[in-house]
Ligand binder design. Sequence first.
Ligand code: ADP
Length: 191
Amino acid sequence: MLNVILCGAPGSGKGTQSDLLVKNYGLQHLSTGDLLRAEIKSGSQLGKQIEDLIAKGNLVSDHTMIHLIENFLDNLSPDCKGIIFDGYPRTVDQAEALTLMLKRRKMNAVMLDMYVDEDEIIKRLLERGKVSGRTDDNFETIKQRLKVFHEVTKPVCYYYLTRHNYFAINGNNTVENTFAQIDTILKLVQK
Ligand code: ADP
């Protein structure tokens, strides 16, 4: 299996590159943001709590997230070629939990860290906000999401870096150029 963790600030292009990975590598896309938005849509009690956190640009609890991922892995189809973790892990505790969950299933994963300049990120998210209908794509919430990213999520990159399981991608590029970098790395990883 080829399991890929996509890390990067909000608006760094994780969703776009995930679509290309699905198309070119046949991987299964796990977007925690999409899963959480589906939970909100279901109208459940948990969904209501999540809605409030997301609207403020804060993270959902590690406990909830780890449970969600464990559940996803338990229901994985036996012919799954690999998973794209898009939006998970976002904290070091989530990363440690993922290492254990994968180890128990004799699986592993590589991290691709997508770097994009902050002014470009803000521009992209504000642009997306005009059509996405997402409550968190507004200037105030974007600022908070970026703060959380730098303080809480960036250390996750170093977690993988110190485990020699980390690759940096320059996302200040066209979609094609960014995917070309990913493609080169994944071909080498699979050798
Ligand atoms: P983006 O990458 O643009 O911030 P996502 O769709 O990945 O958007 O996530 C939207 C929101 O969902 C996050 O701001 C956060 O509140 C919540 N979320 C998603 N994944 C996680 C996670 N692994 N841990 C905690 N909260 C999460």
